[in-house]
Design a protein around this ligand. Structure first.
Ligand code: CO
Length: 175
């Protein structure tokens, strides 16, 4: 197990575009394994390679540990449906939250660590996460696409359990 350090907003690596993976080798496998360890240790649901300072198009997502970790190499959104508007956060912007619009349903084409192509379709949180992580590969942080960021008093209330954005999270605005 190897944990990598997650970089935060001040690091301009997060604003750079990542390069495509061309070699599906042991180095890639180690990178993916380290990203999975780092994600699980962080308590987050998704991690993109630039967040550990590596400008490669690699993403890991784990929403339900029982279903395991999704590994996406060179992911590309090929289809979107509908819209959702809700709470979003990022391991690289700790303590911050925003309200962001995302497609309700997203289909992504990607490769696994062995270079085999597959597609994955996600709704709700998975759709939000796929968009958020792929944005990272293009140097885009969610605070630049969010409708608005929460104020510090809203964050205090949210942390105290006095504000619940959960219902807002999965509003299906249109098909
Ligand atoms: Co993020």
């Amino acid at each position: 197990m190897a944990l990598r350090q997650i970089v935060t907003k001040e690091d301009d690596v997060l604003t750079k575009k990542s390069r495509e993976v061309v070699k599906f080798d042991d180095r890639l496998a180690i990178l993916i394994d380290d990203m999975i360890d780092t994600l699980r240790d962080s308590g987050g649901v998704g991690l993109a390679a630039p967040q550990i300072g590596i400008l490669r198009r690699v993403v890991v997502i784990e929403i339900d540990p029982e279903q395991g970790c999704l590994e996406l190499v060179n992911p590309e959104i090929i289809e979107t449906h509908g819209e959702q508007c809700g709470l979003e956060g990022c391991l690289s912007l700790p303590g911050e939250w925003g309200i962001a619009k995302r497609p309700y349903k997203v289909t992504v084409k990607a490769f696994n660590r062995n270079g085999e192509e597959y597609t994955v379709t996600g709704e709700e949180l998975l759709a939000r996460c796929l968009c958020h992580e792929i944005d990272h590969l293009n140097g885009v942080l969610y605070d630049s696409v969010a409708e608005r960021m929460l104020s510090s008093s809203e964050i205090e209330k949210y942390n105290a359990g006095e504000l619940d954005f959960a219902d807002e999270s999965y509003v299906k605005l249109e098909d």
